[in-house]
Design a protein around this ligand. Structure first.
Ligand code: NAD
Length: 482
């Protein structure tokens, strides 16, 4: 990819309205990786005006769904050819270990495009149902309108494509604002979208900071805001959308629990938590960082987790052996270190890690993989989203107590249960208030299934046919005899 000097507005590469730029810094070397234009308010205005015209007068919302599905399938094919480059870019800009980037940051988005194409092909766009007053009612699904999509940096492509694909299939023009930490993958995606030759105005991709995001969210030309990010910003956006009655869906933070039942094998649990709690160096919304273990077998599980965290390979994210890379920014590094200090102050027992640099690492925004035991679920490290490689072990008395602790949290995004009896596992899965859950695995993020949060983890669902529904309005038409 060559460093773009323009922004992707309404499907065309366009000169930016200002000379503001984003300098992408490598979290591993702390040196500049690339400089790209930053979108400003006037760029959003142009993109929204183009999207508005595309929706109100253009062909896109009125094309046959098969045509829109075909465009998304074509994007999946183009994506396949560039996915290795995509993985390398994401690792370079936000420090995700390349072992994680290859599948989760680059292949998964391609699979998402395919999955949405299948969902769109099988979707019931119009359905007739018998009315209660005689005659049939025609229920049509129509595009919700111009979409403003805002995504964070932690899984930038998965989250961006998870909005772009259903919005396009629904017939909505989209203005996307990626994070300033990760503009490069977004602009590579723009290159692929450009090849689709969609009607003017249908897709804009505008990397920028929060100020430009605020402008997009409050723009009167936007009909729906689809936001993924922190709960604090989600609340702010919900308030803005509430005033204008702009449709809004929110995918927010989490503090999920992995419930270890007393019949689970300690080694298998530790291996599972490595992925469930620490993938992407702990920077995932679904991270299961509260590990609930039965008090009677606490030592066995704590020993297995200690061995796992101690053995983690930390370092250069472009090395295929690396399991934990740097965090995305210095600010995030400082924030996570602050939580480690806070855990110690609150009386949690530090078993592995701590607030210093990992051994042998001299620069970069690294944090030592950290394990706390004797954590009380009321402590801040157990209640607040840390977004780094920090695990907390919490003991429980019996299965009811485990479910109570798992639910004693403001968030409700994900979770898991580990057991040799899947029946017991399902019982726990049914009782934990979260939008997704895994039995003997972290939740699998299957694109066929709805994904989203309960409680402070969000409103609405992405993925699955529910994800497509989020970009549609239902219209009921009753037809008289004439
Ligand atoms: P963030 O909320 O700070 O920023 C997210 C995006 O919103 C960025 O693009 C940012 O520029 C933009 N933004 C910030 N303030 C804004 C405002 N007032 N108006 C409009 N846009 C604004 O979050 P982050 O630190 O970038 O991402 C990490 C957070 O995202 C974590 O809390 C994580 O749990 C959450 N997340 C949730 C999911 C999910 O599906 N539920 C997935 C990934 C990440």
């Amino acid at each position: 990819m060559t460093e773009p000097e323009q922004l992707f507005i309404g499907g065309r590469w366009t000169d930016p309205s200002t000379d503001q730029t984003i300098e992408v810094i490598s979290p591993h070397t702390e040196r500049p990786v690339a400089t790209v234009p930053a979108a400003a308010r006037a760029d959003v205005d142009r993109a929204v005006a183009g999207a508005r015209a595309a929706f109100d007068e253009g062909p896109w919302p009125r094309t046959a769904p098969e045509e829109r599905v075909a465009a998304v399938s074509r994007l999946a094919r183009l994506y396949k050819e560039r996915r290795r480059e995509m993985a390398r870019l994401i690792t370079a800009e936000m420090g995700s270990p390349i072992s994680f980037s290859k599948f989760s940051q680059a292949t998964l988005p391609m699979l998402l495009l395919d999955a949405f194409a299948d969902i769109g092909s099988a979707f019931a766009w119009e359905q007739s149902r018998p009315g209660r007053f005689g005659g049939d009612i025609l229920v049509r699904k129509e595009p919700v309108g111009v979409v403003g999509a805002i995504v964070p940096w932690n899984m930038p492509q998965f989250l961006l494509v998870g909005k772009l694909a259903p919005a396009l299939i629904a017939g909505c023009p989209v203005v996307v604002k990626p994070s300033p930490e990760t503009p490069l993958d977004a602009l590579l995606l723009a290159e692929l979208v450009a090849e689709l030759d969609l009607p003017e105005g249908v897709v804009s991709i505008l990397p920028a900071g929060a100020e430009t995001g605020r402008h997009l969210v409050s723009h009167p030309g936007v009909d729906k805001v689809s936001f993924t990010g922190s709960t604090a910003v989600g609340r702010e956006i919900a308030a803005v959308c509430g005033r204008s009655l702009t449709r809004v869906s929110l995918e927010l933070g989490g503090k999920s629990a992995a419930v270890v039942l007393d019949d689970a094998d300690p080694a298998a649990v530790a291996e599972g938590i490595k992925l469930a709690g620490l993938m992407n160096s702990g920077q995932t919304c679904v991270a299961q960082t509260r590990v609930l273990v039965p008090a009677a077998r606490r030592k066995e599980y704590v020993d297995a987790l200690t061995a796992m965290v101690t053995s983690l390979v930390v370092g250069d994210p472009s090395d295929p052996e690396t399991e934990i890379g740097p965090l995305v920014t210095r600010r995030q590094q400082e924030r996570v270190r602050g939580y480690i200090d806070e855990g110690r102050r609150a009386g949690a027992r530090l078993l592995v890690g701590g607030a210093g640099m990992p051994e042998g690492v001299e620069r970069g925004w690294y944090v030592r993989p950290t394990l706390f035991a004797d954590v009380d679920n009321g402590m801040r490290i157990a209640q607040e989203e840390i977004f780094g490689p920090v695990l907390s072990v919490i003991s429980y008395d019996d299965q009811d107590d485990a479910v109570r602790i798992a639910n004693d949290c403001a968030y409700g995004l994900s979770g898991s249960v580990w057991t040799s009896d899947p029946g017991r596992g399902l019982d726990v899965a049914r009782r934990v208030r979260s939008g997704s859950f895994g039995v003997n695995q972290p939740y699998s993020m299957d694109p066929a299934a709805p994904f989203g949060g309960m409680k402070a983890s969000g409103i609405g669902r992405e993925l699955g046919h529910e994800g497509l529904d989020g970009y549609l309005e239902a219209k009921s038409v009753s037809v008289g005899a004439g």
